[in-house]
Design a protein around this ligand. Structure first.
Ligand code: NAD
Ligand code: HSO
Ligand code: ZN
Length: 428
């Protein structure tokens, strides 16, 4: 087990400790995904079908939700149905409260400037389904989309071997008013949502996390002129835990493994001010992995002198999830210094898993350092702020001369005249 020493590391060693695999610049992955995405854009449905068959050995089809949801209601069991209801309730409560407010400002008499939040017309939701069918992601996307007021939701998820729908995905889809789901995953699904293919319509913006093929495809389609927007880079899961000697190694190990189980590309870091705690958490992780079996991404462990160093590491790394395995007072003090993280779990009781399923905020969060510039998905991610500029009464008289002067400073005579026309000046 390698424990990196942050406090005595050189700047180059610090860069190496915090390096992520640079998926965005993997030229082979980029070329492979670009070929798929642009072939589907140019050839449409036949190319989509071809790729889906080659990669997932399945046909792309629109599956009606109702029969699967109906069956799921009878087979999922009360515990699962109640848990989904609780998750739905908390997600809805949070995203209702997170609805952004319109802004109205009178910049001067007669000028009413406003910014009004308007829902997008048609969105595409990607529900991951490679390692596991993430029905929770459907809730974390569709609930805020509906609360924002999106009417047209196009939903895709990787195909199942039996050609049907996962029961929990179907049940959650029905809760969110989604009546069909396309059985297609990976980069090919993103290309279909971006440009349309067969009956799959092109959408205005694509949402949802996914593995490296999905993430690369989202990045490519969003930078294609005329292509859709995307939510944010939401690739393989990440967790950075800051732990001191008050941390419970069992909790720390369990949280780390919860994210390490998502993907071999998951990024899982333990940053500790206490070597004993770090070693015990790693030993715990070994025991817990042995008990569960299965594959887990490796845990990177970094030792540092104090919590200031730990804060520096977290802000530099900008993880998707940050857990503060510290006593309440320290946890609050550290939380106040965090600037870069998708979401922060504060204190020993705050299991990362709570955020994944049912605490309330969406679990679709920025990875790969994108937490430096964006937070996670929220109600407003499904809306756009449109500006309205109302000029009446005295308004034009108050600003036309200034607008004309500014326009002439830029050498733009036609602009100046359009302003002065409002003062009654003849244009010819
Ligand atoms: N950041 C977030 O907010 C967040 C939230 C939930 C999940 N996640 C992440 O989402 C990801 C889900 O990944 P997943 O793989 O389980 O499901 P996925 O749905 O993202 O990917 C499965 C699809 O990938 C494609 N694929 C697989 N191997 C391929 C290959 N060799 N070549 C081309 N295409 C291939 C297939 O089409 C398959 O259907 C994980 O990395 C998880 O950590 C992130
Ligand atoms: N941890 C994931 C986000 O990185 C979300 C998730 C869904 N299901 C379980 N976990
Ligand atoms: Zn998770």
């Amino acid at each position: 087990m390698t424990l990196f020493d942050w406090t005595n590391a050189s700047p180059e060693e610090k860069d190496a400790i915090l390096a992520r695999p640079d998926r965005r610049d993997d030229p082979d992955l980029r070329a492979e995904v670009a070929r798929m995405v642009y072939t589907i854009r140019d050839e449409g449905w036949p190319a989509l079908r071809r790729y889906a068959r080659r990669i997932d050995q399945a046909d792309v089809r629109a599956i009606a939700v109702e029969p699967y949801a109906d069956r799921a209601e009878r087979t999922l069991g009360d515990e699962a149905i109640d848990a989904i209801a609780l998750a739905y309730d908390h997600i809805a409560k949070f995203h209702e409260a997170a609805r952004p407010d319109d802004v109205f400002v009178e910049t001067c008499d007669g000028l009413t400037m406003s910014k009004r939040w308007i829902a997008l017309d048609r969105v595409g939701l990607y529900v991951p389904g490679g390692k596991a069918p993430l029905f929770s992601t459907l809730l974390m996307l569709a609930v805020p989309a509906r609360i924002a007021g999106v009417r047209d939701i196009v939903c895709v998820t990787p195909p199942r071997a039996d050609g049907g729908l996962d029961p929990a995905i179907a049940y959650c889809a029905r809760l969110c008013g989604i009546d069909r789901i396309w059985s297609v995953g990976g980069a090919q699904a993103i290309a279909a949502l971006a440009f349309g293919a067969g009956d799959i319509p092109a959408v205005d913006r694509i949402y949802g996390p996914g593995n490296k093929w999905v993430s690369m495809a989202k990045s490519l389609v969003s930078s294609t002129p005329g292509g859709p927007g995307i939510d944010l880079p939401a690739g393989p899961s990440e967790l950075l835990v800051i732990a001191d000697d008050s941390a419970d190694p069992v909790f720390v190990a369990a949280d780390l493994l919860s994210q390490a189980e998502h993907d071999p590309d998951a990024q899982v870091l333990l940053v500790s001010t206490d070597e004993g705690c770090a070693r015990e958490a790693l030993a715990q992780a070994e025991r817990q992995m042995a008990a569960m079996g299965g594959d887990f991404a490796p845990i990177r462990t970094v030792l540092c002198a104090d919590l200031n160093d730990a804060v520096e590491i977290a802000n530099l790394y900008a993880p998707e999830h940050l857990s503060l395995a510290l006593d309440a007072a320290d946890a609050d003090a550290v939380a106040a210094k965090i600037r870069n993280a998708g979401t922060v779990f504060v204190g020993h009781s705050a299991a990362e898993t709570f955020g994944d399923y049912c605490a309330g905020p969406s679990h679709v969060l920025p990875t790969d350092g994108a937490a430096r510039y964006t937070g996670g998905i929220s109600t407003q991610t499904f809306m756009k702020a449109v500006g309205f500029q109302r000029v009446e009464g005295n308004g034009a008289r108050q600003i036309a001369a200034a607008a004309a002067a500014l326009a002439r400073l830029e050498g733009l005579e036609a602009h100046a005249r359009a302003a002065e026309a409002r003062l009654g000046k003849a244009l010819a």
